[in-house]
Design a protein around this ligand. Sequence first.
Ligand code: UDX
Length: 440
Amino acid sequence: MDISVAGTGYVGLVTGVCLASRGHKVTCVETDRQKLAALRAGEPPIFEPGLRALMAESAANLTFTDDYAGAYKNAEVIFISVGTPERGDGYANLKYVYDAAEQIAASAESGCTVVMKSTVPMGTCEKLEKFFACHAGENVRIDVASNPEFLSQGTAVRDFLNEQRLVFGVRSASAEKVLRAVYAGFTKPVIVTDPQTAEMIKYASNNFLALKISFINEIANICELVGADVDTVSYGMGLDKRIGEKFLRAGIGYGGSCFPKDTLALHWLAKYHDYELKTVKAAIEVNENQRIRLIKKLRKYHKSVEGLRVAVLGLTFKPGTDDLREAPSVMNINILLEEGAAVTVWDPVAVPRVKAMFGDQVGYADTIERAVEGTDACLVLTEWEEIKNFDLKKFKHLMKTPLILDGRNCFDLRAAAEAGITYDSIGRKRVTPAPDGSCA
Ligand code: UDX
């Protein structure tokens, strides 16, 4: 099929490349010149494992262009996968969606199916269909379908090719037929429903996962008070198939481009309909507090943050990506700087992006050893393998005060005790060196 994709961010590019790998002729539209040049040179502008290789393999079926009119003119299917950042009030900003819709309406010369991949509030597809009915050329029928994605950054290619389910939100048999042809060969269950329900499946899924994380984070906070171990609690809960083991890892809170935005958007949407979504509201509040949990802990160990030398290990919102959107690191670094700490950061992939954000306000280390050398405290914010495999004894030798505040529970408590450091993680017992220098 002839498929065009509007937007080459995480979702758009992965969608385009994966569909090209399945034999479709895919044209991806990108108007940013620098990004376009990189894409044409086979270089994905994002860090996503497996993407570059699949791009190279599927090159014969892939075109990158800034000529949107040419791309939309005769496409059978057009995916919209542009950003929907939250507005100041929490509602999803649909400017880029409508920009793409205007371009499609102005360019499409034959009927086509526009497929919404971006996460949009319920009712958006219906509005878009009305928009096309008014603005597309005479005799050009444009169907709109919702086909939400469930890709996680870091495993997006694998997730796309092995989707656990496909959701088709359609209002006509022809749109369903088109989507079935796009995904021919995918063997996963297909849910065919109306666009509103499809859009809600996406929001409800992300909100439920966010809720699960906030729930376990609250349990972790109580575990600390009563001396229980949250990792074992999660394990024990997860063995119950009704609960499931996934998204029960306690930590410094959820970040990224989806959960914070989608929880706010659903909460906003409910409010708009005069309904208070109490569970989601609680998840948002818990997450906001969780993000500053390590700073609160730091204040307990050092009377003042001013003048402290602090290392921050791990900057991305999760491992396997260079994405800093809603990463707890950004907020934590800002607070540390505001309170007068000297901050040195380490991350295996995100340093260029952090440099663009913080410039020379923080120090950049190319190894974990250099980051922690001479520091008074170390905050662990992303569970990169390099951090998890770091020898804890080095903290004791390299740091001025070996205080590790771990927001991702990267280390074993016994190993921390043996290393003779102060180790405070999330929802687990605190480890402190015994006064006589032996292990506590
Ligand atoms: C998420 C959804 O998983 C995906 O289906 C959707 O399409 C987009 O949003 P993503 O944002 O890439 O994907 O990351 P995910 O792996 O879901 O993690 C989100 C955040 O939750 C991260 O900050 C992660 O550290 C945190 N998290 C996740 C936890 O704190 N604990 C967990 O148990 C799982």
